[in-house]
Design a protein around this ligand. Structure first.
Ligand code: SAH
Length: 222
């Protein structure tokens, strides 16, 4: 049977609505802006052709180079914990396929994103441009040093697990800013939310996660 493009799009939109309702709303994510963004962004377009049928599955999916696009629930939950405002400037470490970047771009004023695997950088830039995002800048490199020229940021999200709190990134967060990152601890990886205050940094351990490692390419120069 040959399906029309309109039929395909309607089917994908239905899968996406189901993904948001069953995997995200039912698990407690309530931020209406996050839900709206994830209902509208065509997640399948961020995956390599051969994994596209898994785009709306309740799991991470391979995107090449042994990396994964995060599970939809994790994207939603991390974004909700960033408490984004429309005027915020956000830094993302680990662009990957750019899906999380698109979610952030829907909710914030501008998104800066850094990816260390060169092969991911141009396709992510092209994909986001094709989808019409004009408030995104992506560059290649080791994101653990952040993007000092553009700091301070209102929010920072790290989508790969560090073994220690990335101090250079915390320095690039404004007072009142939020950072969400997976962190490898002796008890396994935990998702951590850090809020920078005038008196220091508040740490909130959220729940256990499993991310690919954050690879630091050299000594921290900051
Ligand atoms: N959020 C993305 C990718 C998640 S996988 C998505 O949903 O598609 C984690 C990504 O972090 C990988 O692409 C990996 O190459 C990248 N990464 C790991 N260490 C990094 C570092 N130090 N700087 C920038 N990116 C890094």
């Amino acid at each position: 049977m040959i399906r029309s493009q309109a039929e395909d799009e309607a089917r994908l939109a239905a899968e996406r609505a189901e993904m948001v309702d069953r995997q995200i709303v039912d698990r407690g994510v309530a931020d209406a802006r996050v839900l709206r963004a994830m209902r509208s962004i065509p997640r399948h377009l961020f995956l390599p052709e051969r994994y596209r049928h898994e785009a709306y599955a309740d799991s991470p999916v391979l995107i090449g180079h042994q990396q994964t696009i995060s599970q939809p629930y994790i994207v939603a939950s991390m974004t909700e914990h960033l408490c984004l405002d429309q005027s915020d400037r956000v830094l993302e470490i680990g662009t990957g396929c750019g899906y999380q970047t698109a979610v952030l771009a829907e909710l914030a004023r501008f998104v800066y994103s850094i990816e260390r695997i060169d092969d991911f950088v141009q396709p992510a830039i092209a994909r986001l441009a094709d989808l019409g995002y004009q408030n995104v800048r992506i560059k290649g490199g080791d994101g653990s040093r952040g993007w000092p020229e553009e700091a301070p940021f209102d929010a920072i999200i790290v989508t790969a697990a560090a073994t220690r709190l990335p101090q250079s990134l915390l320095r690039q967060l404004r007072i009142g800013g939020r950072m969400v990152t997976p962190l490898a601890t002796t008890y396994g990886q935990q998702l951590v939310k850090l809020t920078k205050t005038e008196h220091g940094v508040e740490e909130q351990y959220l729940y256990a996660v499993r991310f690919v490692p954050l690879i630091e390419d050299g000594p921290d120069s900051c």
